[in-house]
Design a protein around this ligand. Structure first.
Ligand code: UDX
Length: 442
């Protein structure tokens, strides 16, 4: 099929590239000229394992093209995906201005029947708004062209996006038109080798809701476990053991019950807020969803509080080495990362921070921790330890999983580790001469 993907952010770029890889001809559109020029050369603006090679390969094969001009590309296109950003507005709701602007442009330029797909995460009712925006432009130019707006939410995980797209757990298609549903099924069928059971079709509003509910449910599991971790510390239990104990029940399962420094990233914080807002706008008080958010906000500072409990409120003269800045491993994304909050809190109290992350240091330096003179950046996990009073681990990158503990002892002023991701065995650390602080075990 001939596809147009509008918006070359994370979702748009991954989706467009994977559709091209599966044999479609895809044009990715963005208003950012510099970005489009780099993409044409195969230079991608984000770190995502496997993506760069896939972009390059498809650009070379001419199955993946980039352009800044939407009007030129709708002519030959079967399906147009809207994958522009929906940033969080000031009141916590998703800001739809970019989505609706694209819808307007589609209405201005389309010349034949088209399926328009909402791929961006958008609140319930957005497909109707997109439909109205397109229709009003068609009416303006007196054009009678058939079109359908379909919801096809994205469930990609950063760091695993390629395999999530190429081998999806499920694809959700929300459409109120049978023909459009069939066309979407045809597009996605090659991604399901054995059975199409996991290609789930439903009405538009349910599909829009599915995305928010999936993310809110996962965020709920995490906040629940973080709360349990905090209680475990108080009663002398070990959350690592409790986690294994409950996960063995297949109804609960082991995934997404790892306690830590709170969830971050672009999706969970934003989608939980937006779902709360949607409920409130419809006259419902979402107590549980609110609590998920509150627990997470507090959880981000649990490790900072442990540092304060050890050294006191005033941290002047203290130096902390931080391992990990990204909100999770295998990404350079620092959106809503606990590291931002923890580092700011330590620096506010007079400490100096020496940071190391395999991928996210540029993001930190130029954006999230910009102009913070008390934060320095180092080239390796051992360099960053020199002259530090303690190590604070905030992202569970693989290279932090089994470090040379003797080297840690040698480099640090004292063998003290605050672990915001419970990466090491507690009793082994103590036996090895470390003072070791975890989440959910005293
Ligand atoms: C998430 C969803 O998983 C994905 O389906 C959706 O499309 C976008 O949002 P992502 O934000 O890339 O993906 O990250 P994910 O791997 O889900 O982790 C989210 C956050 O939860 C991270 O901060 C992670 O550290 C945290 N987390 C995850 C925990 O604290 N404990 C866990 O057990 C699992």
């Amino acid at each position: 099929m001939n596809l147009t993907v509008i918006g070359t952010g994370y979702v748009g770029l991954v989706s467009g590239t994977c559709f091209a890889e599966m044999g479609n001809t895809v044009t990715c559109i963005d208003i950012d000229k510099a970005k489009i020029e780099s993409l044409k050369k195969g230079i991608i603006p984000i770190y995502e394992p496997g993506l760069e090679q896939m972009v390059k390969r498809n650009v070379e094969n001419d199955t993946l093209r980039f352009s800044t001009d939407l009007s030129k590309h709708l002519d030959k296109c079967d399906i147009a995906f809207i994958a522009v950003g929906t940033p969080m507005g000031e009141d916590g709701s998703a800001d739809l201005q970019y989505v609706l602007q694209v819808a307007k442009e589609i209405g201005e330029n389309m010349s034949h029947p088209l399926i328009i797909v909402d791929k961006s995460t958008v609140p319930v009712g957005t497909a109707d708004k997109v439909k109205e925006a397109i229709q009003s432009q068609l009416d303006n130019r007196d054009a009678k062209i058939q079109f359908n707006v379909v919801s096809n939410p994205e469930f990609l995980k950063e760091g695993d996006a390629i395999s999530d797209f190429m081998k999806p757990d499920r694809v959700v298609i929300g459409s109120d038109d049978e023909e459009a549903t069939e066309k979407m099924r045809t597009l996605y069928a090659p991604f399901f080798r054995s059975s199409l059971d996991r290609l789930i079709t439903m009405d538009v509003r349910s599909a829009e809701m599915t995305k928010y509910v999936a993310n809110a449910m996962l965020a709920t599991k995490i906040s629940f476990m973080n709360e349990v971790a905090n209680i475990c510390e108080l009663v002398g239990a070990d959350v690592n053991k409790v986690r294994i104990g409950i996960g063995s029940d297949s109804r609960i399962g082991y995934s997404f019950i790892y306690p830590g420094s709170g969830y971050g990233g672009s999706c969970f914080p934003k989608d939980v807020k937006a779902l709360k807002k949607t409920a409130e706008e419809n006259g419902y008080i979402p107590n549980l969803i609110k609590a998920v958010e509150d627990v997470n906000d507090k959880q981000k500072l649990v490790i900072a509080n442990k540092v304060i409990a050890k050294y006191g409120e005033d941290l002047s003269g203290k130096v902390f080495a931080v391992w990990g800045l990204a909100f999770k491993p295998e990404t350079d994304d620092m959106r809503e990362a606990p590291a931002i909050y923890i580092i700011k809190e330590l620096v506010k109290r007079g400490a100096k921070v020496q940071a190391y992350d395999p991928k996210a240091m540029e993001e930190a330096q130029h954006f999230y921790l910009k102009d913070m003179n008390d934060v320095s950046y180092h080239n390796s996990k051992y360099d960053v330890l020199q002259n530090a009073d303690a190590l604070i681990l905030l992202t569970e990158w693989k290279e932090f999983r089994s470090p040379d503990f003797e080297e840690l002892k040698k480099q640090l002023n004292k063998p003290i580790v605050f672990d915001g991701r419970n990466q090491y065995n507690h009793s082994r650390m103590l036996k090895n001469g470390f003072e070791y602080f975890q989440i959910g075990k005293k």
